[in-house]
Design a protein around this ligand. Structure first.
Ligand code: VGL
Ligand code: ZN
Length: 198
């Protein structure tokens, strides 16, 4: 008997947002996320799906000045990371971003940090201009930039599919990743995996 199942996408009105898949968040980087590199091949599959469908793709990147307020030396919480123009700030070399992908630099000023790709950027406007209504969001890190980007996307009125197989957490405290996933789903994000879309 043919199986009837919901088609989750991607379809017209969908956009893919890849959050901060940068060298400094991968093993060996300045602020390595455990297993951060594991998201790369999975995100490449999502990139291929969205590219094949001609749907918009956005890639955010943490893009800090060297004396950024988030660094320990400036009274912040993190080692210096994703410093503008450095190798650590570059997208992971294995990430197969199409040339058409829109790059979104965030937290670029010295005095303000922002974990969300929406804060201080044109992302919301650019997404609406591109006709996006539903955002597929994955990347690094689950408990910081993915969390805040997803919550802001919901506040901006976008539907959100959380790429459960393409996120990894920093887990300063064990359980932070699961807690972040719970907060995102409570905010209305729908968890999806590749096999649900293929
Ligand atoms: C991030 C910590 C500091 C992230 C950025 O991309 O999740 N985490 N800056
Ligand atoms: Zn940062």
């Amino acid at each position: 008997m043919p199986q009837v199942r919901q088609q989750a996408g991607p379809r017209t009105g969908d956009a893919l947002i890849v959050v901060d898949v940068q060298n400094d968040f991968l093993p060996g980087g300045a602020l390595a996320v455990p297993e951060g590199d594991a998201v790369v091949p999975v995100i490449n599959c999502y990139l291929a799906l969205f590219t094949a469908s001609g749907l918009p793709i956005f890639a955010t990147r943490d893009w800090h000045p060297a004396d950024h307020c988030s660094s320990i030396a400036q009274g912040g919480t993190w080692p210096p990371h994703c410093v503008q123009g450095t190798h650590g700030a570059e997208f992971a070399p294995g990430l197969e971003l199409p040339v058409s992908a829109c790059h979104v630099a965030k937290a670029i000023g010295t005095e303000s940090d922002s974990y969300s790709g929406f804060e201080g950027t044109d992302l919301a406007t650019d997404l609406r201009t591109a006709g996006a209504e539903r955002l597929f969001i994955g990347g690094l890190a689950t408990d910081y930039c993915v969390l805040n980007t997803v919550l802001d996307a919901r506040h901006e009125g976008f539907a959100v599919c959380l790429l459960l197989d393409a996120i990894r957490a920093v887990e300063v405290t064990p359980g932070d990743g699961e807690a972040a996933i719970a907060r995102m789903t409570e905010a209305g994000a729908t968890p999806v995996t590749l096999e649900m879309l293929a």
